[in-house]
Design a protein around this ligand. Structure first.
Ligand code: CDT
Length: 309
């Protein structure tokens, strides 16, 4: 059976604060056109692709809400949906979602826009990093825990375009639980948008480790769940904060198939033969044959680590 898809990661350079949605969507449209010209059938955009990474700022409720979408598509994002339908290209789009309520909620969300121009899947970020309160003595805040609610849709996998597609967002990729939950649903293409600071302000972490850990977790996740992984970043210097690049497409073997070369808007592509996921799923990581869940109870029963008694 021939099940293959040409996938693109559409990396974006910085979106400075105050940039209009119209300007940003115009950039996205250009990236989508580039992806189409390279025969892509699926395009993955970054986390919070419509705005700057606003949790780096201390903001009022009204300012936070102004960075969120209350409807999807809305007038400014409709062209992305039209592009998906006209060109029969599936698109992962990350954005901030506001539900006015009551109760009011905000989520760090990604949707998959199907080839019919309709929302095929939605995911709301589960592992929110950073803090709920501003921290002192840091050059930039990371206030996702205060600005967003924890996602309430689990880690979905859906059959879209004859592929088992899973979604996660940025920090989720560092948690093996994310990918194992996707793996247990036979994920074949795991999609992840990110905004990752190039510097850890809470310790003396050498800066090269940011890229090392990014690739380490994606390659391990792909191998251990025998799935393709497509990870797309927002990069460059955004409001004075440098973000790592390194958008990539990883094979089910854990090998990197494509890696971005620049710090700005850039499209990378790879041909993904979904049948290649079967080998790992049927041999080394044949979950039905080898998993021993009775020995994994602590993973769901305990949140924080404790010393042995
Ligand atoms: N956007 C996002 O999730 N960033 C995190 C950094 C968290 S450090 C406070 C990441 O995992 O890259």
């Amino acid at each position: 059976m021939n099940r293959s898809v040409i996938v693109a990661a559409a990396q974006m350079g910085p979106i400075q604060i105050g940039t209009s949605r119209g300007e940003t969507v115009a950039r996205i449209m250009d990236l989508l056109a580039q992806a189409k010209s390279r025969s892509a059938e699926m395009v993955v955009l970054p986390e919070l692709a419509l705005t700057t990474f606003f949790p780096r700022f201390e903001m009022s409720e009204a300012e936070i809400d102004a960075h969120c979408e209350t409807e999807m598509p809305g007038p400014e994002t409709q062209p992305i949906f039209d592009f998906a339908k006209e060109n029969r290209i599936t698109i992962y789009l990350g954005y901030a979602e506001l539900i006015p309520g009551p109760p009011k909620k905000r989520f760090n969300t990604a949707i998959l826009i199907g080839r019919d121009g309709k929302i095929a899947m939605k995911y709301r970020k589960v592992h929110l990093p950073g803090y709920s309160e501003p921290q002192s003595d840091v050059p930039f805040q990371h206030l996702e825990l205060g600005y967003f609610d924890v996602g309430d849709l689990g880690f979905p996998v859906r059959r879209v375009d004859d592929a088992n597609i899973g979604m996660c967002i940025c920090n989720d990729r560092r948690w093996p639980e994310t990918f194992r939950v996707l793996g247990l649903q036979n994920v074949e293409l795991a999609l992840c948008g990110y905004n990752t600071s190039a510097v850890n302000y809470h310790g003396n972490e050498p800066s090269h480790l940011k890229m090392f850990h990014h690739l380490l977790v994606l390659q391990a996740a792909a191998y251990q769940n025998s799935t393709y992984v497509v990870a797309t970043g927002k990069t460059g210097v955004e409001n004075g904060q440098r973000l790592i690049a390194g958008s990539c497409i990883v094979a089910p073997t854990g090998e990197v198939l494509a890696l971005s070369q620049t710090d700005g808007d850039e499209v990378i592509t790879a041909h993904c033969d979904l049948e290649r996921c079967r080998f790992g799923k049927e041999t080394m990581f044949n979950f039905a044959r080898y998993r021993q869940p009775e020995h994994y109870r602590l993973i769901v029963d305990r949140v924080g680590a404790k010393d042995p008694e």
